[in-house]
Structure formats: structure tokens, C-alpha cells
Design a binder for this molecule. Structure first.
Ligand code: ZN
Length: 348
């Protein structure tokens, strides 16, 4: 009868995915047989076969399931990744339903809150995750780790079976590359990383972002500490939101690049605001503009031509501009445009 109705409706089935004359089948986490519906044994195995705790299990157990790149994520990014892993893993159960996410990581509650839109100063990675979560109908609630024992126990006593890897959105949408694709190529990300390695202060910040902050920090790290939930690490460089934090060694080079078209103080500031940051950047920009006659002129009568024009590329698909747009009619759109042909690709 089932097959007849399918045939009437014109539905086709993939033979390899069908099972005939079975006493019992597993479907969507349940076992279905003549007795009815029961939880699939495989799904509750982690609880039934949990090893008896013999020693103190550390975070290293957990790290075993992270991909190489994910281990270098900031603490907050790892917490968010765990959340996203859960949502994607149980997509079939969650999609189209209202559900509640419980997390013991407080900053995440405000960063990935429901109906909050995408947080502006969150890292690019976090913004993409927030966009992915927009597709779900969820509430989020904070639950302190001490009362989150069920999830905690399972994460500390995992079975030896490795979970399959949850696919992650690609990391190719990077503001970091902006610094490299400007025509003059003032500095590469590799250089930035090397300068960061050698910059005592910034290297300390990077370490704290990756392995957690102390409760108190020295006064020179205050700037960073105040924004600790908005910092992330990408390619060995530290980012504040989507802005790359420039190590001190590279300040003169980057300032020179900003100053090259003599745009005046406010234009330099607004350009910097989109891509880069360091403590005292605004003051440095002011200083360089004040000591330059041409900039002073521009400041009084701003030139009409664009101040930092993109060079015309020589062939199609050699430079792409990408961004998210929205929300529009409740959706987010991923927009890509080819600088040469002006070809547009829009996805939602
Ligand atoms: Zn100037």
C-alpha cells in the first residue's frame, strides 16, 4: 500500500536506502519494531557504556575531537563551535522547532542571543556562526557549569569512538586578506604573524585569547582585557572584531600606507576603522596628519575623488568583493561581486 501511494504521487525512492521485510529498523535516533518506538541503542551508548571515572579527566580529552585549526581558536570560539556542532549534529531534530540552548559560557549568551542579529564587534568567524544560527528558532539560557552536570559528564567521559567532523563554514572570508590585496601590498599576513610572535604585549594577548584570560591584567593590557570577548585569533594574528590588531613593529608601514593619498585625519580614521587597530591608533593618525601640509589642505576642503580607490583588475575573477547583507525580509544574503566584470552572485 505504501509503495502504491508513492507510485501514485510520482515519488521515487533510492533502492540503496530502502530496507524490506525487516523486523526492526533504526530511524532518526529511534528503533521501530513490533513493540513500537524505543530510543536507538547507539544513541544512548555514551551513557550506558560510560567508563567509570577513575581519575580526573582533563580538557585534553575534549581537545582530542577538535581539528588542528580549531585547537587554535580562542576560548570563546571553541565554546561557540561546540554549540554549533550540537545544533548541526541534531539538525534533523531541531530544524523548524523551537528549542533552548543551555550554555555555561556567559559571554556566549549575549553574543549568540536569539533575535539579536549579528554582533558587530564579534569576530568574523562568530558573525558567520551567528548567521547560521539565524536559521533556527532557539532561545538561549545561561546555566552555571556546576548545575550543567549531564553535559559536563558526557564531555569528560567520551567513548573512544571519534565523532564525525562537523563541517565548518570556510574561513576564506577574511578581512585579514584586505591588507594583502591592496595594490601596494604593504604587509603580508605571514609578516604580521611573525611581528606578532616577537611583540611581547601582543603575543601575551594572543596567548590569553587562546587559553583564557586571568582575572586581573597589567595596566598596559587593559585595552585588550576590556574587549576580551571580541578578540579572536586567525592565522596567528589577533583580531578585534573584523579589525586586525597590528603589532608595533608594523605601525610605521601601515601608517605610511594609510597616509599615502594624504586623505586628512577623518578619512584616515574611517579607513582604519574598517580594517586595523592598535592602542593609540587615532592619536597616531592625528599626529601624522597634523604634521603634513597636504593633509591639512584636504581636511579643509575634502577632495571629491574617492580617496582610496581600488585599482582596476586586469582580468575577470582576479579580485572579488564579498560581504553579508541584511537582514532583509528576515533573511541574510551572501553577496559576491567580481571587481572586473561586476558580476554578482547572491546566495541566502
Ligand atoms: Zn598627508
Amino acid at each position: 500500500m505504501v509503495l502504491q501511494r508513492r507510485a501514485n504521487l510520482g515519488l521515487r525512492l533510492k533502492l540503496a536506502k530502502c530496507a524490506f521485510l525487516q523486523k526492526e529498523i533504526s530511524y532518526l535516533g529511534h528503533t521501530i519494531n513490533s513493540h513500537g518506538l524505543a530510543p536507538d541503542k547507539k544513541k544512548v551508548m555514551a551513557i550506558q557504556a560510560a567508563p567509570e571515572p577513575k581519575k580526573c579527566y582533563g580538557i585534553t580529552v575534549l581537545l582530542g575531537s577538535l581539528a588542528e585549526a580549531e585547537r587554535r581558536y580562542a576560548q570563546i570560539d571553541r565554546e561557540a563551535l561546540a554549540l554549533l556542532f550540537g545544533v548541526k549534529k541534531f539538525h534533523q531534530y531541531l530544524s523548524g522547532r523551537a528549542f533552548t540552548i543551555l550554555t555555561d559560557h556567559k559571554p556566549l549568551v549575549s553574543l549568540l542571543g536569539e533575535n539579536k542579529g549579528v554582533p558587530l564587534m564579534a569576530s568574523g568567524r562568530m558573525q558567520r556562526w551567528a548567521i547560521m544560527l539565524c536559521g533556527y528558532q532557539y532561545k538561549r539560557r545561561y546555566r552555571p557549569g556546576t548545575t550543567n552536570a549531564n553535559a559536563d559528564a558526557l564531555s569528560r567521559l567520551p567513548l573512544s569512538v571519534k565523532p564525525e567532523v562537523t563541517e565548518n563554514p570556510s574561513e576564506s572570508v577574511l578581512s585579514l586578506h584586505i591588507l594583502e590585496i591592496t595594490p601596494a601590498r604593504p604587509i603580508t599576513t605571514v609578516q604580521l604573524r611573525q611581528f606578532t610572535d616577537r611583540d611581547g604585549q601582543l603575543a601575551t594577548v594572543r596567548h590569553s585569547v587562546l587559553s583564557g584570560w586571568q582575572r586581573e591584567v597589567d595596566s598596559e593590557l587593559r585595552h585588550y582585557w576590556n574587549h576580551r570577548h571580541e578578540l579572536s585569533v586567525l592565522g596567528g594574528c589577533v583580531l578585534w572584531g573584523s579589525r586586525v590588531i597590528i603589532p608595533q613593529k608594523a605601525w610605521p608601514m601601515v601608517l605610511e600606507e594609510l597616509h599615502e593619498p594624504h586623505p586628512g585625519v577623518s578619512e584616515m580614521r574611517s579607513l582604519a576603522r574598517s580594517y586595523i587597530w592598535w592602542p593609540g591608533l587615532d592619536a597616531d593618525i592625528e599626529k601624522i596628519a597634523k604634521s603634513c601640509g597636504t593633509c591639512q589642505e584636504h581636511q579643509r576642503s575634502p577632495p571629491k575623488a574617492p580617496l582610496h580607490p581600488w585599482a582596476q583588475p586586469e582580468r575577470a575573477w582576479s579580485r572579488l568583493h564579498i560581504d553579508f547583507a541584511g537582514p532583509f525580509l528576515g533573511r541574510w544574503f551572501f553577496i559576491l561581486s567580481d571587481a572586473y566584470s561586476k558580476w554578482l552572485e547572491v546566495n541566502h
